[in-house]
Design a protein around this ligand. Structure first.
Ligand code: ADP
Ligand code: NAG
Ligand code: NAG
Ligand code: NAG
Ligand code: NAG
Ligand code: NAG
Ligand code: NAG
Ligand code: NAG
Ligand code: NAG
Length: 713
């Protein structure tokens, strides 16, 4: 019996290695390749002529193709990864000739079913697991989009990605005279040498392998790989799309992969051509032609009537332009039922893009003067390239006559203000609030320091913080305030913002800076912690200005008294103290006394302690700054056009005064916020002060005398 068992176990032992002992693959085309030879998922498909298509030209798709069984990639005794070699032919055929979307990757992973995202994630990783060592993923990416989020060098690069979409090393494909999105087959070799711990990537347009790799990277893959791993390909499309094809693939462990012969590989599909038959002309009677002509005439007549006239510069700006018809369809004709909200810049509609079925928010900004629109749009397009997980992604735009339509990612949970003020239906707990605060801080840090140029948000506030389906805080509307600063008249400066979030130096200098963003962020911190607005007309006079109230309580050593009562006492005291103190620190009237966003992030991460002895945010007695001076500085600017009232419709007054075009009072109702636009010129006018008094302090609105707004010192 014992011997029988021994023999049995010996047989089992023999069977296992034999059944998994595959150490090479060779596919010259994928013609007779079925599910037993290749595992496909996502939209990956093998076409009739034997070409493997990972994605087609539809937005936001993913496709994966893996060899169905895992390879033994490590020596089971030494745990060292074996050398391997792979060669494949691929082609990327973009929807629009010069615009790729996004790319493909040779992939070695622990599973054939990757829980990943399309677009910049290339179907490899997602936003939660990106960068995590537990991913055990190795990829060589062939990327045709430059993602700033991951530090991509350009839109034509190859990179080595280990557990992260941030490439460990990448190379410029243009430098070897190739174009990944050229629509032509490219041969690639990926070789790993386990003695020298070296990965080489080599590219060529022909079958002969160049001696010099485009990319060499020193890495020991042993800690990254598990014993057995799946080998294959992943590809994704984003807003813009490409068809990603693999024409042939060869892979070998501990040896050179068998070379592919390009002439034996399947051909790429020819671009579709519409062919018209000549015979039709002969056989079709004159009557039909006449009918056709009428129909065509009618069609063009309608088309011209409906067309939005596209100006040449709009095409130059390029990719992210949507057609008006598409957006109209997406929002069901801008129906009121689809209205998500109304902001200071215009109405926001919910929509579903007809082709990709992506949910979007469409913001309709009306801007009657065409002047400045062009530069604004190019700015929007460049801002659209900013990517950060805590920014509301701008997907594209469309201009229709004087209207500008901006298309954003749809944020399922709406804006933050709705969860904080006026008896919210849903109350956020402290943990959620802290996550939102940190998210917004990292987005601002990215805008201020993470991009090639400094981007100033200019309008940080609770209603511009949107919450996605996971309740991550995402900053919206960035750069939009700029629209209102592109004046037709260069001698004017405009300040845009929302009362209570506006740094006091702003009206004076007229120049938004990173520290004026920090000031607004400070106001946001306080309102998230306290659950009320920075200026609360309904509050008791001593509580009217939130910063002052928090400061008073802080001085009295009872700072926790300002905390939002809706938290019911459930909070992390340490975090709450950091947030409140940081709120005071950022709200300092002196710009230089405010921390930078980088410091803010450090404080929030607990890397650095917030200083114990804070300065009074509103300055001290001998140095009265604050609201008084703020009002004063407003008063010394010219308001003659504005204050003369009847001039509001004036043509030479830019329509950026849209928010002023109503009566001053209309500014004050609504959500209790006052957005204002201020025009400063060299002229002076006596009526300005009266105007401001009307705008900023109608006693019946604030419930307190006008001087109640002063910062008491
Ligand atoms: N991307 C989005 N997804 C979902 N809802 C949005 C989005 N953008 C704006 N909204 C909704 O539309 C409202 C108005 O937005 P917005 O114009 O940004 O306001 P404001 O100008 O006051 O900042 C917001 O309060 C929010 O509820
Ligand atoms: C596909 O798999 C079958 C069965 O495993 C094998 O016999 C065949 O050779 C494979 N075809 C290719 C092209 O590798
Ligand atoms: C691409 O593939 C998807 C899913 O298979 C399909 O719905 C879509 O129609 C295809 N698009 C094109 C342009 O063929
Ligand atoms: C694993 O490594 C050991 C020691 O270097 C060697 O003897 C053995 O042949 C290796 N096994 C394989 C499968 O390469
Ligand atoms: C991200 O990937 C991880 C690991 O693959 C997975 O557990 C998680 O569910 C994924 N998250 C999302 C949102 O898809
Ligand atoms: C990495 O992933 C593991 C398992 O999925 C998880 O427990 C861990 O928290 C993640 N680490 C980070 C830094 O996200
Ligand atoms: C590769 O990059 C990842 C993520 O950036 C990092 O964790 C890892 O240490 C890098 N590996 C090497 C060998 O540089
Ligand atoms: C890539 O190479 C091309 C051609 O050599 C060059 O024009 C371009 O500036 C390079 N781009 C980068 C980011 O190095
Ligand atoms: C990688 O490239 C270098 C030349 O840059 C070459 O010396 C080395 O042999 C190559 N290694 C492999 C595994 O191809």
């Amino acid at each position: 019996m014992a011997t029988l068992l021994k023999i049995l176990s010996f047989l089992v032992f023999l069977l296992i290695p034999v059944s998994s002992q595959v150490d090479q693959v060779f596919y010259a085309g994928f013609k007779d390749v079925g599910a037993s030879n290749l595992t496909l998922n996502g939209v990956a498909e093998i076409e009739k002529n034997g070409i493997l298509r990972l994605t087609n030209e539809t937005s936001r798709l993913m496709g994966h193709a893996f060899y169905p069984s895992p390879f033994q990639l490590k020596n089971s005794t030494t745990r060292k990864v074996f050398s391997f070699s792979s060669s494949f032919a691929f082609a990327i055929v973009p929807e629009y000739p010069k615009l790729g979307g996004h790319g493909l990757a040779f992939t070695i992973a622990t599973s054939t079913d990757l829980k990943a995202l399309p677009s910049q994630y290339l179907g490899l990783l997602n936003s939660t697991d990106n960068g995590n060592f537990s991913n055990h993923i190795f990829a060589v990416e062939f990327d045709t989009v430059q993602d700033f989020e991951f530090g991509d060098i350009n839109d034509n690069h190859v990179g080595i990605d280990i557990n992260s979409m941030q490439s460990n090393k990448s190379a410029n494909v243009s430098s070897v005279g190739l174009n990944l999105k050229g629509g032509k087959p490219i041969l690639a070799w990926v070789d790993y040498d386990s003695v020298f711990n070296l990965v080489n990537v080599t590219l060529s347009a022909t079958a002969s392998k160049p001696n010099k790799p485009i990319l060499s990277f020193n890495v020991d893959l042993s800690p990254i790989f598990q014993d057995t791993m799946y080998v294959g390909f992943s590809a994704s499309t984003g807003l813009l799309a490409s068809s990603h094809y693999i024409l042939g693939w060869s892979f070998k462990i501990n040896g050179q992969a068998r070379p592919l012969d390009p002439s034996s590989l399947p051909q790429l599909p020819q671009p579709k051509k519409k062919h018209t038959s000549l015979i039709t002309g002969v056989s079709v009677s004159v009557v039909v032609i006449v009918l056709l002509a009428i129909a065509i005439g009618f069609y063009f007549h309608r088309k011209i009537k409906n067309a939005d006239v596209i100006e040449a510069w709009e095409l130059e700006i390029g990719p992210h332009r949507y057609s008006y018809q598409e957006l109209k369809k997406a929002t069901k004709g801008f129906k009121d039922k689809e209205l998500l909200g109304q902001g200071g810049f215009g109405r926001v509609y919910k929509g579903t893009l007809p082709n990709s079925k992506i949910q979007v928010a469409v913001k309709r900004v009306s801007h009657e003067s065409k002047q400045g629109l062009r530069e604004f749009v190019s700015e929007i397009a460049s801002i659209g390239r900013l990517r950060h997980r805590n920014l509301v992604q701008l997907l594209g735009w469309c201009r229709r006559r004087g209207d500008l339509l901006l298309v954003y990612d749809f944020m399922a949970n709406g804006s933050l203000d709705k969860y904080l003020f006026d008896q919210p239906k849903i109350v956020l707990n402290w943990e959620q609030r802290f996550k939102i605060i940190k998210g917004v801080a990292s987005a601002l840090l990215y805008l201020h320091e993470g991009y090639e140029q400094v981007v100033i948000h200019r309008d940080v506030k609770a209603s511009n913080v949107l919450l996605d389906f996971e309740l991550n805080g995402r900053l919206g509307d960035f750069g939009l305030a700029r629209l209102y600063e592109h004046g037709a008249n260069p001698s004017t400066t405009r300040v845009v913002g929302t009362l209570g979030y506006l740094a006091p130096e702003l009206p004076r200098t007229g120049k938004a800076t990173t520290s004026s963003d920090v000031f607004a962020y400070g106001a946001l911190l306080l309102e998230v912690a306290c659950g009320r607005r920075p200026i609360e007309p309904k509050a008791l006079p001593e509580e009217l200005v939130l910063v002052d109230w928090v400061w008073e309580k802080y001085k009295e050593g009872r700072i926790l008294h300002v905390l939002d009562p809706k938290l019911n006492g459930h909070f992390d005291q340490k975090e709450v103290l950091v947030v409140l103190k940081l709120g005071l620190l950022c709200s300092n009237d002196v710009p230089a006394a405010r921390p930078s966003m980088r410091q803010v992030v450090r404080y929030l991460d607990g890397e650095v302690e917030v200083p114990e002895d804070l300065k009074k945010p509103g300055g001290d007695m001998s140095h009265p700054e604050g609201f008084d001076e703020f009002l004063h500085s407003l008063a010394s600017s010219s308001f003659d056009k504005m204050s003369s009232g009847s001039n509001f419709g004036n043509r030479d007054m830019d329509t950026s005064f849209a928010s002023f075009a109503n009566s001053p009072h209309s500014l004050l109702h609504g959500r209790g916020e006052t957005r204002y636009t201020l025009l400063q010129t060299q002229q002076r006018s006596g009526s300005a002060h009266d105007f401001l008094r009307k705008v900023f302090s109608p006693p019946e609105m604030w419930g307190v005398p006008a001087n109640g707004l002063r910062r008491s010192s």
